[in-house]
Each structure stands twice: as C-alpha cells, then as structure tokens.
Design a protein around this ligand. Structure first.
Ligand SMILES: Nc1ncnc2c1ncn2[C@@H]1O[C@H](COP(=O)(O)OP(=O)(O)OP(=O)(O)O)[C@@H](O)[C@H]1O
Length: 747
C-alpha cells in the first residue's frame, strides 16, 4: 500500500473508531433506557423519547457503516475536509467536525468546483472503499499552480463516475452521493419553497436527484420537515421497492414512500382500470360530477313525507324541505358537517307544525303555548325515531366509500359513453384511479364534526379513566414503598405529586411515538412539509387535486419526462398541471445528460421517437460501450423459445437481466423461462425478471431484451428501450416498428 493510501486508511480507521464508540455509547444508552423505569410517568415519557431518538441514530449509523466516507477536499489555504454520508464530530470540548455531512455548505465545493472555478479548492479526492478498507484514491487537481502530485491523479476526473455507471446492477437503486454532478447538485440544493419542476430524458438522474433532494431538505430544514414529513410519490410498488434503500443509505428514514393508490388511509387499491377508465376518472370535471352526486343525495320528498308523531301524522312537503335544504347549503359546509344545520331546520319546522296544531286557540287563533312548552315539543320530536329516519332519508350521513361505490355502480352526470367506460359492480376492488375520487368525496362530505368530537371526548374520558387507574396503582405503591421513610420531603415523587389524571391523559396523547411519516400515512388530512412526485407526467388532474390538498404550502419537487408519458390520464404539460394551483410561479429545470444508457442504445431509442416527432431532442449519453443493440427475428411459434435462448446467452454473471414483453405473452414466456420472476410486484433483485413495458418505467438492468416491439406505443417503447446500462436486444415475430433500426445479428 502506498503512503498516500496508508495515510487515508489511518484517517478512516480513526473515523470508524469514533463511530464504534458512538454506536457503543448509543447502544448502552438505549439498553439503559429500555430497563424498567418504575412508575415515574415523566421518566417513562422521557425514556420513550430517548429510545426513539437513539434508535434513529443507531439506524442511521448502521445504514451508512459500509460507506461512511467517500471524499476529501483540500483547500488552497491548507486545511482539508473529509466528506461522508453523515457528519461526525470529535469527542472533545469543541466537538471538532472530523467528517462533514455531504449536505453541509462546507461540502458543496466537492460537487461544484472545476479547474475554471475552483471555489478555493486545491484538490478533490474521491475515496473508494470496500467495507472499511480504502481501495482506491482518485485525485483531481483544481489549482493549476499547485504542482504537488500524489500518484493517484485522475486527469479526466470521471473515473469514479464511470466505474459507478458501469458496475453491475443489483435490482436496488444506490445513492449517487459520491458522484453528484454539478447540474444535479443545483437542483438537489434548490430552495425548498415553491414548486420546482425537474425535466429530463431517460437516465438523466431525475429519480436519483429527487431522492437526494429529499435527504438534503431533511438535513437543511430538519425542524420543519421531521415534524411534517416528506412524501415521495412513485408510479408503482415495484418502483418504490427499487428506490426504497436510497434514503436509508443516506441515514434518512423519516420519509413516506407511496403510490397514488396508497394515499387514502384504509383503502388498498388492488384493482386495475382500463387506460380509458382511468382517464375518465382522472378528469378535472370529476370534481364537479362528484359535487353534483352529493347534491343529489340531499333529497326532497316526492311530494310529501309522512312522519308519525304522538298519535298524529306530520306531513313534510317538498317546499318545507327545500327551505331547510337551501338554508343548510347556504352554510357552505361539507355535506356531513352541514347535517347538524339540516336537522335543526327540520326539527324547528316540525316543532312549529306541532305547536300550531295543539297550541292554537280555536277562538282567536293565537298560540297558547309558552317557550317551555315549545322546548318540550322539540325535545319529544328529537326523541322520535321516525323523525330521524325522515332526516336520514333527506340528508343521509355518507361515507366517501359508499358515495363513490354507488356512483361507479351507476354513474350519473356523465355522457352515456363515459358512464359505460367506468361502470362497475360496487363490490369490485378499488383501483388507483379511485383514490383521488375517494379523497374528493371525503372533502365534499367533510367530517361529521359531532361524531368525531363525541369519539374524541369518549377517548379522552377513557384515557382519564385509564390514567386514574394507573395513578391509583402508583399511589398505592407509593404508600407501600415509602412507609418506612419518615422524610416528608423525599425527592422521589409519586405520580400524584406531579400530575393529575387529566393532565396525564393529555401526556398520554402527546406520547404518540409514531414517526411523522407513520402518522401522515394514517391521516388523510395530513399536510406534508414537502412532496416529491416521480414520473409526475403520469398523474391525472384529479390526482393533482389530491396532492395539492396534502401540500398547502406548495413546497414540491416534480420530476418527469413528457416523452415517457404513457397514461391516457396524464396531463400533457407542466403549465396545465400547475396553473390552477400556483399560476406561473414555479421553476423549471432540465437535466440533459443520460447516465444510464450508453450512446449506442440511446441512438436507437431516440430514432424511434424521432420517427413520430422529428423535433425530438434526446439527452446525450455520458458514455459509450462499443456494443451495438441487436435484433433477432423468430416465427410466432418459436418466439418464446428464441427469448429463452437469448436469456440463456445474455444473462450476465453479475447484474440483472429484464425481459420486457406485452402482458399477454407473459404466461407463454414464463413457461419457457424456469425460475424467472414476474407478476404485479416482481422481485427485482432476482437475476432475471419478466416485466411489461409499463412496469419497467423508472427501472434499469444491465441487459434488456425487448419482445415484440411493434405492439407498444411510441412512449412505452421508448421507455423499454432505455432501461439497459449495457446490452439491448430485441426479439420479434412481426415487423419492427418504424424508426427502430437494428443490426439483425445474434448475440
Ligand atoms: N451523478 C451520478 N452519479 C452516478 N450515477 C448516477 C448519477 N446520476 C445518475 N446516475 C445513475 O443513472 C441511472 C439513472 O438515474 P435515474 O433512474 O435517476 O434516472 P431517471 O432520469 O429517473 O430515468 P428514467 O426517466 O428513465 O426513469 C441510475 O443508475 C443512477 O444511479
């Protein structure tokens, strides 16, 4: 090992010694905290907080262990800083930083400095590690007047990047913290206020940048974001699995990853829609349609409703109910929340009716009843179940699930054609496109405040009762424990001394140790601190309404590529998506370099899009491999066997291979490919995976075999062709689609 490497290894050893000590200390604290703490409620509360904090710290330390430090910057004024995934400080009074978090401002020149703008740097060093062992150093000289050399110079400054791009895929996305490029860094660290749109072709690092941005924002605005949580929305569960390890590898766990279908608590959207049905359900007009559907449920009698009361029959006619309904609607409250007003109006109307009947003086027509008589009549009416069933009929309490299921079973306020497209049995599973409808319905219906308040009050009373029980036990134990002591001013206080049952119940409520992300996942009305949407071009206007409700501050990062839009439901332009919410107050950024797909593959994919759109401007690939994509023709009968043969020939020793094929061929292909993973949520860490084009969105593999490309639409084909980091093969029994030019060679 040369001297330079040796010195670096010694530093890293010191770093790990400090981390191990930190970890040991944290573990001991955690073990101590988990020991029984007796009945001290305050102590228990503090213990819980400590446990949560320390567990988080431990998880972060464990997550970054294998790749703690990855860089160093040497400043012209003589000092240097090591850069890592987390920040570590010396165990001294000054708490001197020994490892700088990559997100700290001090680390920024590591990503941005160039020979042209050195930002005070003399040298930038990339440190490659294998476990805790330093394996390689790559130095870039940034101060051209400095002639010190280490023997590890990397004149082009891209060796580490290229090694990362060429390495075998694992089926899980990794972080790019060691090699974030300047154009990406600017997006990652952009101010968090307002809407930031990041657009870029396949492989330009949009997803990577979005995830690093989440980590950066959590670091920079920890106070706010740890409390409000960050939501990351991705296109499908397989994709969420694919990106799920990036943030933990950066020491961040407090983020909620979800698909649109998971954003209505209590509903699992396991069904699927046809693209056409999803498009109809996703239209902005659906908000008005649902509002009309709710209004339809605020019924009028046809023409009268008879209510038996006190051996008499009261007739509620449509005019009377219309008045009650108009007044209730005029409150502007959501349906369920407004019901209290409707009930009041109806009870008053019926009270007047009864009072008139029994209280009118037959001689002069004046009413003989006094206020207390009227109150009594009203109370009696309020006790009559027949009155309540009339109210239920005219202004029923509704749940979003009921309303949307009924609507889908019999769609109204739509053209016959659209209604036929979305009609389905009420018992069918919810689909992702139903989730924004449910959310819209929940907004229109509102909470029934009284029910919620009553439940909250009940819960509070239960908690007080529970707390009282705990206090009684601790009080009893205090008498027992301290009976020998005659010291009245004992410093050990019993629960009764410091807290009463009611306050303890409140404490109990506060001591909700779920993370903000967990609480957010369970709460439909949660307002996130920041929302990141990947593949944002796919979301429908109704989905945008849901997301905007979850983010009143409009602090959002939207990443996407209009050329990869597949969903009919998707919104065509950023202007159209954003105009209703932020008008033109949003920022647009482009990423122009493709880090995934080698130039040879990108040329082929771009030609396909150009055939449909000659003005198309693809991203430029950062590398080429010299391997040209190939095509192999087969008869229809031999298609599956040909794919199986190609898989056998092409499966990399290390890394992953994907077969991308139309869904209806999957059964036939899987039969020839024993051991392949497929299905709705395939295990992407498996060496060979079978996907349909939509599922392959956002993913990448070393080798990709695209089957029957003529069956795909242009954007789906573009997505499928741009998934490979090394090798692309196409297998077809029908003619290749326009623009797809490949050498007809074998593998
Ligand atoms: N600065 C970088 N250093 C190392 N690898 C990078 C860098 N930027 C991007 N990559 C890698 O390039 C690949 C593509 O990135 P990513 O998936 O984020 O692209 P994308 O723009 O979301 O692509 P698509 O639109 O096709 O889904 C990933 O493997 C990612 O790790």
């Amino acid at each position: 090992m040369d001297e330079e490497l040796q010195r670096e290894q010694e530093f890293i050893d010191g770093l790990y010694a400090r981390v191990d000590a930190l970890r040991g200390g944290t573990e001991a604290e955690l073990a101590g905290a988990l020991a029984p703490v007796g009945n001290g409620l305050q102590a228990r509360l503090e213990r819980d907080v400590l446990v949560a904090e320390r567990s988080g710290l431990l998880a972060a330390l464990n997550a970054v262990d294998g790749s703690l430090c990855f860089g160093r910057i040497d400043l012209t004024e003589g000092t240097s800083h090591h850069i890592g995934r987390v920040g570590i400080r010396e165990d001294n009074a000054e708490r001197t930083p020994i490892l700088i978090d990559w997100r700290a401002p001090v680390a920024r020149p590591f990503y941005l400095a160039t020979g042209h703008t050195p930002m005070g740097l003399r040298r930038r060093r990339h440190i490659s590690m294998n476990g805790r062992t330093v394996t390689e150093l790559h130095d870039e000289i940034l101060d051209l007047d400095d002639d010190t050399r280490t023997g590890h110079e990397d004149p082009a400054g891209d060796a580490v990047l290229l090694a990362a791009l060429n390495s075998a895929r694992t089926g899980r996305m990794g972080d790019i913290v060691q090699t974030i490029q300047a154009e990406q860094d600017r997006i990652i660290r952009a101010p968090h206020r307002g809407v930031l749109v990041v657009e870029g072709g396949p492989g330009t690092g949009k997803t990577a940048v979005a995830l690093h941005r989440a980590a950066y924002l959590l670091y920079e605005h920890r106070e706010l974001l740890a409390k409000r949580a960050v939501l990351i929305v991705g296109p499908n569960p397989a994709f969420l699995g694919y990106i799920g390890e990036v943030l933990p590898s950066l020491g961040e766990t407090g983020v909620l990853l979800a698909t649109m279908g998971e954003l209505y608590p209590g509903v699992r959207a396991t069904g699927t829609d046809t693209p056409r049905a999803a498009a109809v359900k996703g239209r902005a007009e659906m908000a008005d349609v649902l509002a009309a559907v709710v209004r339809d449920r605020q019924a009028l009698p046809d023409p009268v409703l008879a209510i038996e009361h006190d051996r008499d029959v009261l007739m509620l006619d449509d005019d009377l109910v219309r008045v009650a309904r108009d007044r209730t609607r005029a409150t502007g409250l959501p349906h369920n929340a407004a019901r209290e007003h409707f009930e009041g109006h109806i009870l008053n109307t019926l009270t007047d009716m009864v009072a008139e009947r029994i209280g009118t003086d037959p001689y002069d027509g004046t009413n003989l009843l006094d206020a207390s008589d009227i109150t009594q009549i009203r109370d009696e009416l309020a006790e009559n179940p027949a009155v309540w069933s009339a109210i239920d009929e005219l202004w029923p309490r509704l749940t979003p699930q009921q309303l949307v299921a009924d609507f889908l079973a019999d769609p109204t306020h739509l053209s016959d054609e659209d209604a036929a497209v979305i009609r389905r049995k009420a018992t069918r599973a919810w689909t992702p496109a139903d989730v924004p409808l449910l959310d819209e319905a929940a907004e229109l219906l509102g909470e029934d405040d009284r029910m919620a308040k009553a439940a909250a009050e009940r819960e509070r009373r239960e908690q007080i009762a529970f707390a009282q029980g705990v206090l009684d036990v601790s009080y009893a134990s205090r008498t027992y424990e301290f009976e020998d002591k005659d010291d009245e001013d004992s410093e050990v206080l019993g629960a009764h001394d410091i807290i009463d049952a009611e306050r303890m119940a409140e404490r109990h409520e506060e001591a909700d140790h779920r993370s903000a992300a967990e609480r957010a996942a369970a709460d439909r009305t949660w307002a996130f601190g920041h929302i990141i949407v990947d593949e944002a071009q796919e979301l429908s206007p109704m989905a945008w309404r849901l997301l905007m409700r979850r983010c009143p501050t409009r602090s959002m990062t939207l990443v996407g590529d209009p050329a990869q839009t597949a969903e009919e439901a998707g919104v065509g332009s950023w202007e159209k998506i954003l105009e209703p919410y932020v008008e033109d107050r949003w920022e647009h950024n482009r990423l122009g370099v493709n880090y995934r797909t080698p130039a040879e593959i990108m040329d082929v994919a771009a030609a396909v899009v150009r055939a449909a759109n000659p003005a198309f401007d693809p991203p430029s690939s950062v590398r080429s491999t010299g391997t040209r994509p190939w095509a192999r023709a087969a008869s229809r009968a031999e298609l599956a066997a040909t794919v199986a043969k190609a898989v056998a020939e092409s499966t990399p020793d290390e890394g992953r291979l994907a077969v991308i094929a139309p869904r209806d061929l999957h059964r036939e292909l899987a039969a020839q490919l024993p051991g392949i993973t497929a299905g709705a949520e395939p295990d992407l860490t498996h060496p060979v995976v079978l996907l349909d084009p939509r599922q392959s969105k956002g993913l990448e593999f070393d080798t990709v075999l695209v089957v029957e490309p003529s069956r795909y639409g242009t954007s789906d084909l573009y997505v499928a062709l741009t998934r490979a980091t090394q090798v692309l093969g196409v297998i077809h029994s029908t003619e290749l689609p326009e623009g797809l030019h490949l050498s007809p060679s074998g593998v």
